[in-house]
Design a protein around this ligand. Structure first.
Ligand SMILES: [Zn+2]
Length: 67
């Protein structure tokens, strides 16, 4: 009964590759979409603890920190 480990590992890897919903501000910055970032930063309530970006929606940040 040691086969369950490899199965769950494979699922985890697949989940990590699913970066389709890359609407994160942090991701936009890397792509140079600064204008979109600026729009999001308007009325920001959250700050990304890791990248230093701001957004009104905590879902846009990889490590949201309430301002
Ligand atoms: Zn971030």
């Amino acid at each position: 009964m040691g086969n369950d480990d490899s199965t769950s590992k494979g699922r985890a890897t697949k989940a990590l590759q699913g970066r389709a919903k890359a609407g994160k501000i942090c991701g936009l910055a890397a792509k140079g979409k600064v204008k979109k970032m600026a729009k999001k930063a308007k009325g920001a309530a959250y700050l990304c603890e890791r990248c230093g970006y701001v957004s009104a929606d905590q879902g846009d940040l990889c490590r949201p920190l309430e301002l």
